[in-house]
Design a protein. Sequence first.
Length: 317
Amino acid sequence: MKHPYYILGLAAALAVATPSFAQNDGDRNDGKYNPTVSGSIQSDMLAPTGSQSDGSHEDFRTNTFVDLNVMSKYIDAGARFEYREHQLPGYDAAFKGYGVPYVYLKAKLKNFEVTVGNFYEQFGSGFVLRTYEERSLGIDNSLLGARIVTTPVKGVRLKALTGQQRRYWAHNDSWVSGADVELSLDSWFKGLAQSGTSLTLGGSFVNKNERNDEDVFNGNYRLVMPRNVNAWDARVTLNTHGFNVLAEYAQKTADPSFKNNYIYRKGTAAMLSASWANTARALTNIAVLWVVLTSSPAPSAKHSAAQAAVTRQLVRR
């Protein structure tokens, strides 16, 4: 690296300036609304000595992230710059580089919100869809596409989205599309609200559409990979007087891959979570039951031919 101290100095200068980087004029002009500009900088640095474990001899390493957001009453916009050309040890080499992998534009109306560009989303507990960023672990699977969030009537929230997931500095060829609905029953039934009880029902559906032009073989058979993989989720949440219960069930159609040894079976997951909290004594008791049922191990060679007629579409090589 030719100029590591330039980057170090720039990062330090921006870090010092960050507290004054946010500007909000919302209280000026007799209450008239004005845009808000905010930003943040995170720079993890390392100055190693001698040869590193990966065999390199770099005298300076850094993972640097610069976020900039502009928010207003009807429009939000933002972008993130990442510098990983000389990244810290332990991160996937495919992240090496720099650029702007995250850009978004959001339009907001009374009961309607539209986002185009990059975004993160989670349906329910994340069984069927969860996109998020965890920099310390090198995880960022944001979607590049479009999302709509609306509350057409009181107590109803709808989401719909489509996009391609980030893969290092590019995006997967597959398209992820889905919808989610949540119904707040306490908004419709006064008895629930008056008793301090909230009851929410939710459901999700997600589809992954992916072309697979490469032939995949398992022994003497060529596997026909599914073009579409679907998953759905149903859940109920109850909250009353400090007592919370969440029950959720999800199911996914066959999604054979190298990681699961090309199993052509459905996957299911169920979770029951209960907790109780008292404001005087904080969290007093919590009980969680989490059950996950996945596809069974791959069939043995003795009965693979018999199972093929039911679970696989096979063609002789």
